[in-house]
Design a protein around this ligand. Structure first.
Ligand SMILES: [Zn+2]
Length: 499
């Protein structure tokens, strides 16, 4: 890793072999301890991981505060206080992990095993790696006496993976309504994807909207020991679900994906450009497929029985992950299209989420510059994320500019896509060190910014408002961005008027 020391005296230079060796040992040890806290959700028990972090961070001089609805399941707020003249930055993480089916693993999932230059275990990728690396970055800054202009924080949430216990991010923002970090870096994307056009990282500026739909079919009960009694709701529901499985949703390219097509799509119309971008890498193929259409899966089935009667009622629940701006009406007509003729009832819940942070901000510029320093060949391309994250809650409640970005410089992106929420989740120690270095760089860049205007965090975006689909996207400004002072932040992270 190359680093041109640019003169700031006591700044640890991660390119320096000794400094880097120290960071490596520190972040590896911390991640192994965090993995050894089994925070499988349910039941979570995030207090163990919070305690490990407090023990690590407090001696560095950092304030740690538990924000807990349930003492077993705290959120943790860690703060390196600023002098109040600049924007604040929060690294957003979660302490819980999805459950692990131990039999499927080739190592113990909660032992924090180090093997072949990797740390193995549940949470290694999603997302204790970033929790550990941002904690080490913050401790490093605190120990060297770095005094940022705005607060630099860790916001470490409980109950992100399930999210129904009322103890995680929703409780956190309710307890601390005025925290309002100007900038948030959380999970979402960050795998380095090597294409024929060079390596790229996607920056997740907002996630798709989520909705669910209930499909109910009514039949006529009858004796299941006769060949032709009644009329089966279950058989009819199966026919409808078969149609849904065969359905090819229309491709819709949200304007916030145009930077990806501009960067990777070559010439042609949008459909041709999308096809070319998808063909560049199996990871891009999978991610871009999900981002450009409604993704609809039946995920639950309810047939009350009894076992010896023809089913007179069958209900399927459909998970619907939608291009931002899709309304409940849009979803309903798409589903009716897919299901075709039939006697059924359809109930659609209003989509949630779909807020998008502006891609042209000092945070984006800071990430761009730091990445350009440590991975000069690669390009950072603003895009969307395909799955839900707590970044959404921060956009919605705090009006924060929030990006999902955990950089994996060295690992194979397909390994991440396959193993998070699956078996044998693991992270390269080299990636862990890279994450510390990037977090340090971004924190320093943001910590030196000054307020040009007070950001308005009071504005609440209207989640129901469709994204401005007619907007002309701005081109990335890469390293030319000047980060010396912060311009007025957009009052709403949902698209308001741009250009
Ligand atoms: Zn996660």
């Amino acid at each position: 890793m190359h680093h041109n020391g640019n003169g700031s005296g006591n700044r640890p230079t991660p390119g320096d072999p000794i400094e880097e060796q120290e960071l490596r040992g520190e972040v590896t040890a911390l991640l192994r301890r965090l993995i050894a806290c089994d925070t499988s959700n349910p039941p979570g028990r995030e207090a163990q991981a919070a305690a490990v972090l407090e023990e690590y961070l407090t001696p560095a001089g950092l304030e740690c505060r538990r924000v807990a609805a349930d003492p077993d399941r705290p959120n943790l707020l860690v703060r390196l206080p600023g002098n109040g003249t600049g924007p604040s930055l929060g690294f957003l993480g979660h302490l819980d992990v999805v459950v692990a089916r131990r039999d499927d693993w080739s190592v113990e999932p909660f032992a924090g095993i180090e093997r072949d230059g990797m740390i193995w275990g549940r949470g290694a990728v999603d997302m204790k790696c970033q929790v550990a690396s941002t904690a080490v970055a913050l401790a490093t800054l605190a120990r060297e006496g770095f005094r940022p202009n705005g607060d630099i924080m860790l916001l470490l949430m409980a109950d992100e993976e399930v999210g129904d216990a009322g103890v995680g991010s929703t409780f956190f923002v309710e307890e601390l309504p005025d925290l309002c970090p100007d900038f948030i870096v959380g999970e979402g994307s960050g795998e380095r994807i090597v294409t024929a056009d060079g390596p790229v990282y996607l920056l997740d500026c907002g996630v798709k909207a989520s909705a669910s739909a209930t499909l109910t079919v009514r039949g006529r009960a009858g004796d299941a020991s006769l060949t032709d009694a009644g009329s089966s709701a279950l058989t009819e529901l199966r026919r409808l679900l078969d149609r849904l499985a065969d359905y090819e949703p229309a491709v819709r390219i949200h304007p916030d994906l145009l930077p990806v097509l501009d960067a990777l799509g070559g010439e042609g119309d949008d459909a041709q450009r999308l096809a070319r971008a998808r063909a560049l890498h199996p990871g891009l193929d999978r991610i871009l497929a999900a981002l450009t259409r409604s993704v609809i899966h039946p995920t639950m089935l309810d047939v009350p029985g009894p076992q010896n009667a023809i089913a007179d009622r069958a209900v399927a629940t459909l998970a619907c992950i939608l291009v931002p701006g899709t309304t409940a009406d849009d979803l309903e007509s798409e589903l009716r299209d897919a299901l075709g003729e039939g006697d059924y009832e359809l109930e659609v819940v209003e989509p949630k989420g779909g807020l998008i942070s502006d891609a042209d901000t000092p945070l984006r510029a800071a990430i761009d510059r730091v990445l350009a320093e440590y991975d000069p060949e690669a390009r950072l391309i603003p895009a969307l994320g395909y799955g839900f994250s707590d970044c959404h809650v921060m956009r919605e409640e705090y009006g924060s500019i929030a990006y999902g970005f955990i950089p994996f410089r060295h690992g194979d992106p397909m390994v991440n896509l396959e193993t998070k929420h699956g078996a044998d989740e693991r992270v390269l120690v080299d990636d862990l060190v890279f994450q510390v270095i990037i977090a340090l760089g971004v924190a320093r860049e943001i910590g030196l910014l000054e307020h040009a205007a007070a950001p308005s965090s009071a504005a609440r975006p209207d989640p129901a408002a469709p994204a401005d689909l007619g907007r002309t996207p701005r081109r990335p400004t890469a390293s030319s961005s000047e980060v010396a002072s912060i311009p007025r932040l957009p009052s709403s992270p949902g698209r308001t008027a741009t250009t």
